[in-house]
Design a binder for this molecule. Structure first.
Ligand code: DX5
Ligand code: ZN
Length: 220
């Protein structure tokens, strides 16, 4: 697949005491996107960063901010994340009472729309929205923490989503997120993912050689 594969490093595994420098390092290391995990301690049992931090990171890089909202409710924060500089705003369908309304709201702010499926979330939650969104984020771990083990059972769902997109000639990216490493990245691509999120593998492998780790994930 070559350069068709995009790598979106997750800053959840970065050093939060110097997040700005880490984002600049990721750009220099060849990241295609910057994956920013937003957690509210309600939808998931962890708490990370909000729009104010994203606003401060925005001027440091031109790279696409791939913002993964693990928050509920969602709608009341869409404007803040859009104004903070998110480029892709991805939400969980279980986090909003009206998926179509949330999609419309994100589009009204001229941002790309992603919907994320947790490992146990069914494809039925998104199949009616595929023609309105830009990206499906398949979680291969339970959302909330980096460094967890990849759940191979989501590969079937990844294939099914990719088939649905291709069958309907839609231009929707499939991003996979959670426990992606040098061993399973090719399986994720073969299942139809064209964007790989990775936090711990990129920041920890090869003594934290970001450039090398991004290249290995992209080329294997
Ligand atoms: C988990 C986050 C993932 C996570 C990926 O809730 O959505 O993006 O940071 O980190 P690794 O690659 O370490 O699983
Ligand atoms: Zn994520």
């Amino acid at each position: 697949m070559g350069s068709l594969i995009k790598i979106s490093p997750s800053v959840l595994s970065a050093d939060f005491s110097k997040l700005g420098e880490e984002v600049v390092s990721l750009e220099k290391a060849g990241a295609d996107y910057i994956h920013i995990d937003v957690m509210d301690g309600h939808f998931v049992p962890n708490l990370t960063i909000g729009p104010e931090v994203i606003k401060k990171l925005r001027p440091l890089t031109k790279k696409i901010f791939d913002v993964h909202l693990m928050i509920s409710p969602v709608d009341n924060f869409v404007k803040d994340f859009a104004n903070a500089g998110a480029d892709i705003i991805t939400f969980h369908p279980e986090a909003t009472p009206d998926v179509s309304k949330t999609i419309k709201l994100i589009k009204e702010h001229n941002k790309k729309v992603g919907i994320s499926l947790k490992p146990k979330s069914k494809i039925d939650l998104i199949k009616d929205h595929l023609n309105q969104i830009d990206l499906v984020l398949i979680m291969s771990v339970e959302p909330g923490f980096g460094g967890q083990k990849f759940m191979p059972e989501v590969l079937e769902k990844t294939k099914a989503v990719r088939e649905l997109i291709d069958k309907n000639n839609l231009n929707v990216d499939v991003e996979i997120d959670g426990g992606i490493n040098f061993e399973n990245c090719s399986k994720a691509k073969n299942a139809g993912a064209n964007i790989l999120v990775s936090g711990s593998t990129i920041f920890k492998e090869n003594k934290g050689d970001l450039k090398r780790n991004i290249e290995i994930l992209r080329n294997n």
